[in-house]
Unconditional design. Sequence first.
Length: 275
Amino acid sequence: MNTFKYSEAAVVVLVNIIVMTGMLLVVPLGLGLIDLSAAYRRLWLVGAVPGALSLWLPRGALAVALAIVYALATLPLAIRGLQRLLRLTSVDIAVGTGLGMPSVAATALVAERGGVELFGFSLKILSLTVAHFHFAGFAAALVAGLVCRAVREPLGSLAALSVPAGTSLVLVGYFTGEWVEFAGAVVLTGGMWLVGWLVWREMRVGDRAVRALLLISAGVLVATMILALSWALGQASGLPHPSLTWMAATHGVGNAFGFGLCGMLAWRSLREEAL
């Protein structure tokens, strides 16, 4: 019993670190790659710092209030994302989807900090949803848009469309059924692998450190997305699959630090113009 409690506590700490990495590092770095005024980035940090602090407080009114501040800071990005979506280009669809994903994460965070099982989802699932939509949501869609702009070929457009399509389908699957969520995982995995392959094939640019960051970011997707597929398939079919604890320690860590953080650092180094 003590081992189980320790494991649960350790997972909470790990997930909080992953979410903080998204809030305080990955999203701010990514926003610097998008054609947004500096006011958007300042507003983000005004909300992200209280949001990160709310993770470490006991569930209750104060934690909820801080999470709401974070949620409010995501709204201008969501509005800007909708404007980008209406342009209907591959890059804009990817970027617009990415800008809307922090609002999904924020909704889950407010509910989880208040101890509310929103739409019937457990508090553990809600906490993992917060992490998921910073990385498989914001970071993945943004990188897909960057790759699309860089390679300028049909495969780039396919990557830019399939990543947000897969992420959105996973979200729909939360409410409609586990097989829909699995279908979303399949589409998202295909898109992420395509993004990774295009990076390996085309992005031999920058100095050695930047190339290493790009290749790490692309390479970890092979393992992390196999884990995502195995978990989604197991949930839908009842077949054996990794536990949520194992997914957080492997899939979560790989996507947060290997894909998300390494990718954002590399793309910021390569930035010539904002998306």
